[in-house]
Design a protein around this ligand. Structure first.
Ligand code: FE2
Length: 334
């Protein structure tokens, strides 16, 4: 069976097509809203998604070399995310499901990140480090659901990196030749010394807001941009790696999966890899095309959910901006 998945929770509009037999993923098309200045404006992003939806949908079907008739169900990320953006995907999914008489499958965005990671890695039960512009969580499966074993108390790791870079005047663009500008800046630090900045880990949670404020203050005080970048990167990555390590010891998982947009950072990859190796557990970093927000992950999770009997009446498909992963049963596991 085949599922078409729609992702529109933030800056990416993604449409993917997946099936329940190899090669599993048939298409993973997208358009990305990139603000010229500042951060993501939810309404502008949603307008961009609405404008591009038809084109991306057509591209996905062409790539998979199928027609809409060969699709069994429409999966859509109903949350968490930005309201106006989520509404574009939800509206499109309701329309497609109703007009073409397809089953509608609600998908939680965070769970989709995990399931595509499981598919690609072949992992069965990993500890997940999910780090992106909107999310920073340590997750593991326990008793029928994915549970959060640590998260940010304020801003997400990707948000810290983007806002710092923007305020420091080195972004946008945020990504240059596949690397985030803050990582490139950090690599140019000559001292490679970590400045005195807040390293805030509370129990299993992290807090990045204080680090952001203090780092910007250091710039104003005249510290070298490269040294501040280096310190922000070192401290923020060490914080998340520390809570991941404790999560690993606590849950006793034997696999570590790194995903989300920030997983593309080579510096984070090295840190987490070292931590996993020191515990003798397997490690997999999801490749960028599937680690950042994408439609294939929604389609694939749709396949798993569909086969477990998850369905939703199109009229009841409402978005939930704060839909936490612990609220979702995952009958395809366990
Ligand atoms: Fe995401």
């Amino acid at each position: 069976m085949r599922v078409l998945g729609i992702e529109s929770t933030a800056h990416t509009l993604g449409i993917g097509i997946a099936q329940n037999f190899p090669p599993y993923i048939l298409a993973n098309e997208r358009s990305k809203y990139e603000p010229v200045t500042g951060g993501i404006h939810p309404r502008e992003a949603s307008r961009s998604h609405a404008e591009n939806l038809g084109t991306v949908l057509k591209k996905a079907l062409t790539k998979a070399n199928i027609t809409i008739d060969e699709i069994d169900a429409i999966a859509v990320a109903l949350g968490p995310g930005m309201g106006p953006c989520l509404r574009v995907g939800a509206t499109a999914a309701r329309a497609l499901a109703t007009y073409y008489n397809k089953t509608l499958i609600p998908v939680n965005h965070g769970i989709a990140h995990i399931e595509i990671g499981n598919l690609l890695s072949g992992f069965e039960d990993p500890l997940i480090i999910y780090v992106s512009g909107g999310n920073t969580s340590i997750i593991a499966y326990k008793y029928g659901r994915y549970r959060v074993f640590g998260e940010t108390q304020d801003i997400a790791l990707g948000n810290l990196r983007d806002v710092f870079s923007r305020e420091a005047g080195i972004a946008p663009p945020y990504i240059v030749n596949g690397s985030h500008v803050i990582d490139l800046c950090a690599q140019r630090s000559e001292s490679k010394e970590v400045l005195d900045l807040p390293y805030i880990v509370k129990g299993q949670d992290v807090s990045y807001a204080g680090l952001l404020t203090s780092a910007l203050k250091k710039l104003k005080e005249g510290y070298k941009l490269e040294d501040v970048c280096y310190s922000v990167v070192e401290i923020s990555f060490s914080m998340i790696t520390e809570v991941a390590e404790r999560g690993l010891a606590h849950t006793r998982k034997s696999e570590v999966l790194l995903t989300g947009g920030v997983s593309a950072s080579q510096l984070l990859d090295e840190k987490v890899k070292k931590m996993a190796e020191s515990h003798g557990v397997k490690y997999y970093n999801v490749p960028p095309a599937y680690a950042g927000d994408n439609g294939a992950m929604i389609a694939w999770t749709g396949v798993l959910a569909y086969l477990s009997g998850v369905r939703m009446n199109p009229q009841e498909a409402r978005i939930d901006q704060r839909w936490r992963i612990e609220e979702v049963d995952v009958p395809w596991r366990g």
